[in-house]
Design a protein around this ligand. Structure first.
Ligand code: 4AZ
Length: 696
């Protein structure tokens, strides 16, 4: 015996001694079988003993205990002497009495089994024995447990197949299943499945049969970008549920890049899900218990919808659809008077397309009210707002007002404009042309006094009078509108070069230093003016000078009116008119110091023609383009230096002065029966109008 063995024996003897002194001891028994007997057996057992045996058999076995001899003092409920059997905390049996007396508590041929692989047997005797009792003899054996026939918490040990062997059992699963690492549950492999078709079905494993336990399934539906997956739960839905808690056992979850759906459990079919995603992950987990039938999902795809567009204020979307999917387009148009703005730039049109990822390829623009901005300035006009002052947006209205008192709106010109949807100010006819403010013509400042004989004019009395100087020679002219001067062609002595021409207005003193200088830009001499003609050197003696700038109209500078085609402007003989100029006041004198005027009447054309035909036979004829004016008695006439100047008539109808003639020629000045000859303006209205309009 080795030292270890010696120590073990000593130790056991020590324990036995201690137990005997106290009347109790305990014995451990291991192995597949054994025998236990009461102290002193087969002799009577002593009083006051307590002995216990702890039997342990290998795992996977139970202890089977049976008695072959039994003689223990009987008592009510075995309160004196007894044998008690314990197993796994339970107390399956208490015995006392004698086999021959056949009481309830005697084990007889009863067999006691342990619950687990251990059993404790306790024998106790009290202080006395009425009779001689010889105790007991019992045997124990390890007996195999058939787990396959047993239930564990009401459930079989194995999910599918159970195989018992001595000392244990093992489980196997039906084909297609795998044994979970707990070695009992049959589960399935259901992870990593990817479905790429545009439609299909997914079910819980074994559907419609009960789904396996401890599943950890995941499925992915992955279709082309641009499609949106729709999930529909069909037939039946049965996933283990809990009335209070949200899917604590088994759970179905659906996840997309747009969010999560679920968890789903219970027996109610979940609603149809339009995922809005081309990728869907479905996970399904089950716990270790339950028998539910699972679920079935049918999936399909629709093209990915783009967010429903919202029309900007004052804009419309077309086409308007309930849903816009991949490749669908929409356009935005703005209400009339609104323009499309993207940031600070204006768009003429806007169309956007739904991309495959369900987003629009462009940001929608805004519709902003059209702004015509500040209206352009019209010459000699001011602007007045009809609608809100300073507001220049769509439908705003303005009115141009010609500067008073010298300008008036040209006939046919519109004063009122509104901001059109085009972003321009337009008149009632939709025209963009600015209104024209014309100088008021033929209105002298103060009354044009009617006096007989040459008279000095007042300032403003002949505001249209122009003093023309060409190469040191003086002549006259008349202002038409505010950019043209009408004169006689011969005054310009064929000068087309404007640098030789000096023009002064607004003066009555010829040499005054205060005047309005107007600058000539271009000369237009009538094309039929033939100064070399022997027959009639003064036929078509008419010219226009275009000014460089508009003349500012004032009290002393105003235009004469140009007659229209109405016959009333074709002045008859005896009509009184006024001629004005800085020319000689007498045949012999020099040019006048002050502007002079004289009232002369139109002379019968034939009478005048006869005079000059006699005077210059075959030469210097008075043509139909001329009119003669003077008086029977003579003395009142235009003279050298007045040429080109105006001979004006007062029109009773319009109360304005009109130009009727241009001082042209005559035999001397103021001689009786020799009349002043004038270019007949009435014959040149079209020429004047055309020249002006084509040289604007
Ligand atoms: C001239 O030499 C002139 N009495 C103008 C008018 C008349 C005569 C001559 C008419 O400019």
């Amino acid at each position: 015996m080795d030292i270890q063995g010696q120590r073990g024996v000593i130790m056991r003897l020590f324990l036995l001694l201690t137990a005997l002194l106290h009347g109790s001891y305990s014995i451990s028994l291991k192995g597949l079988f054994g025998e236990i007997v009461s102290p002193g057996f087969p002799n009577i057992y002593p009083n006051n003993v307590k002995e216990s045996w702890n039997i342990t058999v290998p795992l996977g076995h139970v202890v089977k205990l049976y008695f072959t001899h039994f003689s223990v003092e009987p008592s009510y409920l075995c309160e004196y002497d007894y044998i008690k059997i314990f197993s796994e905390g339970a107390e399956p049996a208490t015995y006392c009495g004698e086999t021959s007396t056949d009481t309830e508590e005697v084990p007889g041929d009863k067999v006691t089994y342990s619950t687990g692989n251990t059993m404790s047997v306790v024998f106790k005797s009290d202080y006395s024995n009425e009779k001689r009792f010889t105790g007991f003899r019992a045997f124990y054996v390890a007996e195999d447990i058939d787990e396959c026939k047993m239930l564990n918490d009401g459930e079989p040990f194995c999910d599918h197949y159970c195989h018992n062997y001595i000392g244990g059992f093992y489980c196997t699963c039906r084909t297609g299943y795998i044994l979970h690492e707990n070695k009992k549950t049959c589960t399935v492999h259901c992870s990593g499945q990817v479905l790429t078709e545009r439609s299909g079905e997914i079910t819980s494993p074994d559907y419609p049969a009960v789904y396996p336990k401890l599943c950890n399934c995941d499925y992915r539906i992955l279709v082309e970008e641009g499609f949106s997956i729709i999930l529909e739960f069909v037939e039946s839905f049965d996933v283990e549920n809990h009335p209070q808690s949200q899917c604590p056992y088994d759970v179905l979850k659906i996840k997309t890049n747009k969010g999560e759906h679920g968890p789903f459990c219970g027996t109610k079919l979940p609603p149809r899900i339009e995922t809005g995603s081309f990728k869907v992950d479905i996970t399904f987990t089950s716990d270790i218990s339950g028998s539910n039938k699972g679920w079935k999902i049918k999936y399909s795809v629709t093209a990915m919808p783009c967010p429903k567009p919202v029309a900007p204020p004052h804009g419309q979307i077309s086409p308007a659809q309930q849903k816009y999917i991949f490749k669908d387009r929409f356009s935005i148009s703005c209400d009339t008077g609104y323009e499309m703005m993207q940031g600070s730039s204006t768009l003429t049109s806007f169309t956007t397309e739904c991309r495959k990822d369900g987003t629009w390829d462009k940001q929608p623009p805004l519709c902003e009210i059209v702004d015509c901005t500040d209206p352009d300035n019209a010459d000699n006009a001011t602007v007045e707002y009809i609608t809100e002052v300073g507001v220049t947006t769509y439908k705003s209205a303005i009115r141009y007002k010609c500067e008073e008192p010298f300008y008036a709106m040209k006939e046919g010109s519109n004063a009122e404009y509104h901001c059109a949807a085009s972003g321009h100010w337009v008149d009632s006819k939709g025209n963009r042309e600015l209104p024209e403010c014309e100088p008021i013509c033929g209105e002298p400042t103060g009354r044009l006094t009617r006096v007989i004989g040459g008279q000095k004019a007042e300032l403003g009395e002949f505001p249209w009078q122009v003093l023309v100087t060409v190469d040191g020679h003086i002549g006259g002219g008349s202002l038409l509108f505010d950019k043209w001067i009408l004169t006689a062609a011969h005054v310009l002595s064929g000068h087309k070069d404007v640098s030789a021409i000096e023009l002064k207005m607004g003066l009555i003193k010829r040499q005054s230093s205060e005047y309005v200088q107007v600058l000539p830009e271009k000369v237009f001499i009538h094309s039929k003016y033939k100064p070399d003609s022997q027959k009639s050197r003064y036929d078509n003696d008419i010219a226009l000078i275009k000014l460089k700038h508009k003349v500012p109209i004032s009290a002393n500078v105003k235009p004469i009116c140009l007659p229209g085609n109405d016959v009333r402007y074709n002045v008859e003989s005896k009509t009184l008119g006024t001629v004005s100029g800085f020319g000689k006041t007498k045949q012999t004198s020099l040019a006048a110091e002050y502007l002079q005027f004289v009232e002369v009447e139109v002379i019968d054309h034939k009478q005048c023609k006869d005079v000059y035909d006699k005077l210059f036979p075959g030469l210097e004829q008075v043509t139909e383009n001329m009119l003669c004016a003077g008086t029977e008695e003579g003395g009142k006439d235009a003279c050298t230096g007045d040429s080109g100047g105006p001979y004006v008539f007062y029109d009773e109808k319009t109360h304005k002065w009109f130009i009727g003639g241009i001082v042209s020629w005559g035999e001397k000045c103021g001689v009786k029966d020799k009349y002043g000859v004038y270019t007949k303006v009435y014959n040149y209205i079209s020429w004047i109008e055309n020249t002006i309009s084509t040289n604007f």
